[in-house]
Design a protein. Structure first.
Length: 577
């Protein structure tokens, strides 16, 4: 490793390491065994979302050690710290899911506060579960420090009866069990083998979607997101990420030099072509907000609309993250997008090189099973589609990966539920009819509060064999593992008096993912009459604590459900203090 010299006069850590006035601070550092030389090097925060809640984060503490080795080898002083994580798989289907989306912003806030409080010069962030990935990237862009993101890696698939199984199969098995199509013993066996290792859920659900985003947006090293959590190569990517962040400090390449409108568009392309989670339509605008870039749900969906879907991943397809890695990973996917002229090649990346220069190094060909040729895609448009109409003036989003064109149009009478629990009980009892559009409202960012995901309900429908026989809409969210005609992010939400708040049983709703339309067959004067008679938002039980604070601050899903004014209102620049 080459010798480097860094000018501490332009780095935030000078405020805690340099000059006679900082002798008390240095005494603390000596207490921890930090040498004099290390004190006067650049300081790098190594942030992890490690906890013992679930397998997605369990390996991050160990992986952080390899990052620290890379930082040290390249002339930096790493300081490890942790933040919270709420793991969606554990939080799913009960009150805990209200904490999920709020945790994204809490992660960004706590990483920001830790970095500011200790004057760290750069950040390497490790994350494993759904909201921790965008939360960590939001902190990087908000602070605008030299930053490298690294994913903790996906879980390995389980094996049962000669096929790969994942946690999505277990959620759907609950519906089969309720329908009498699976015995207690069969369910017991499946739950024991579905998750055989550390790592995040293996399909192209939210964690793996946002891991692909981290590479496509340029914050992660090429191909670093692919290797499953147990693979030894994760340590090599960790060490390389530690070295990379020191290169960024040396070149003064900051997070907002990497995260630009063009790189956000690149990231949206990758979400679309991989059939990624609808949550990409929520998190990309939130990351953009941290950079002061206008990039809302409609902008994301415009890109989704004209991006071919050519990566065959679950839940709409057949393969899991491990298979994508073995087929060449995100670099091969992006090279295919480049063939179609769908990638901005001049975007800078965490390597210090441009995206085009990185793609020039890719020598793998598509395998035709996991990654199709871009000229012969699975479908000509993206796996995620935006909808708009009189039922959702601020838009809505649906994953159509794996659905035929005929399955992407649905019209039927509304069956209205005031919350997820009410809907789930009706599904369990089969108190719904084929052809209905199930409406779950009061689950938006403010009204929930927390914009819960509905995987328990949608998986139960699929398990009952009704996933294609009904549709579902909500002002809440869906898991990346959701399949079927399930429309989320309907905005404005019910708590704001959006049209979803005005629906009644029997109103005829039309969903057309081909044309991008979501509408209810009511004239404008009837909607206006109902709005005038609307009694206001449903009273909440959350009148104190973190969820109350979140509900007061959070904005609409169209702009990413963000909780502060963003970079456009910024006057204080952390790195230049």
């Amino acid at each position: 490793m080459k010798n480097r010299t860094f000018d501490k006069a332009r780095l935030p850590s000078r405020h805690v390491t340099e000059g006679p006035a900082r002798a008390p601070h240095r005494s603390y550092f000596y207490a921890m065994g930090i040498s004099e030389a290390e004190i006067h090097q650049p300081w790098v925060g190594v942030a992890t979302c490690w906890n013992e809640a679930a397998p997605c984060n369990i390996a991050l503490n160990r992986q952080a050690q390899s990052v620290k080795m890379g930082v040290k080898a390249a002339g930096g002083t790493p300081r490890e710290f942790t933040t919270i994580t709420v793991t969606d798989g554990i939080a799913m289907g009960h009150e805990g899911m209200r904490s999920s989306l709020a945790s994204r912003d809490a992660i960004a806030d706590t990483v920001e506060l830790t970095m500011r409080g200790h004057c760290y010069d750069a950040l390497v962030g490790l994350a494993g579960c759904d909201k921790s990935l965008p939360g960590m990237m939001m902190a990087m862009v908000r602070l605008n420090v030299p930053s490298v993101f690294i994913y903790g890696g996906s879980i390995l698939p389980g094996r049962l009866n000669g096929r790969d199984v994942v946690v999505q199969d277990v959620f759907e098995a609950v519906g089969k069990h309720q329908a009498g199509q699976m015995s207690d013993a069969e369910l017991d066996i499946l739950e024991r083998v579905a998750c055989p290792s550390a790592g995040a859920c293996g399909g192209q659900y939210t964690a793996n979607t946002m891991a692909c985003v981290s590479e496509a947006i340029g914050l992660a090293l090429p191909n670093s997101s692919g290797a499953p959590a147990p693979y030894e190569s994760r340590d090599q990517y960790g060490e390389a990420s530690g070295v990379a962040v020191m290169n960024l400090i040396e070149k003064n390449i900051r997070a907002r030099d990497i995260v630009t409108l063009k790189s956000l568009e690149n990231a949206a392309r990758v979400v679309a072509c991989t059939g990624g989670s609808t949550n990409g339509g929520l998190h990309l605008p939130a990351i953009a907000h941290e950079a002061g870039i206008d990039f809302d749900l409609f902008d994301v969906c415009d890109i989704f609309r004209d991006t071919p879907y050519f990566v065959n991943l679950r839940p709409g397809g057949d393969y899991v993250a491990k298979d994508l890695y073995e087929a060449g990973g995100v670099p091969v996917v992006m090279r295919e997008l480049r063939k179609a002229g769908l990638i901005h090649e001049d975007c800078i990346t965490a390597t210090g090189r441009t995206m085009g220069e990185e793609l020039d190094l890719v020598d793998r060909a598509v395998d035709g099973k996991v990654i199709y040729p871009v000229e012969a895609p699975i479908t000509p448009t993206g796996g995620v589609v935006g909808l708009k109409g009189n039922l959702a003036p601020d838009g809505a989003i649906v994953k159509v990966a794996g659905m035929s064109a005929a399955e992407q149009v649905f019209s039927g009478p509304a069956r209205v539920f005031e919350c997820e629990e009410e809907a789930f009980e009706a599904v369990k009892a089969r108190k719904y009819r084929e052809g209905e559009v199930l409406v779950i409202r009061n689950e938006g960012p403010a009204g929930g509060p927390g914009m819960r995901e509905m995987l328990a309900t949608t998986a139960a429908l699929s398990g009952q064999g009704m996933g294609k026989k009904v549709a579902l809409i909500t002002d809440g969210r869906f898991s990346g593992a959701t399949r079927g005609f399930c429309v989320g992010h309907v905005g404005p939400e019910a708590a704001e008096g959006g049209p979803i708040a005005l629906l009644k049983d029997g109103d005829v709703i039309t969903l057309d993912a081909v044309k991008g339309v979501i509408s209810v067959a009511l004239p404008e004067d009837e909607l206006a009459r109902r709005k005038a008679a609307w009694a206001g938002p449903r009273p909440t039980e959350y009148t104190s604590g973190a969820l109350w604070k979140y509900a007061q601050l959070v904005g609409g899903a169209r702009h990413g459900a963000v909780t502060h004014p963003g970079a456009k209102a910024e006057r204080h620049v952390y790195m230049d203090q």
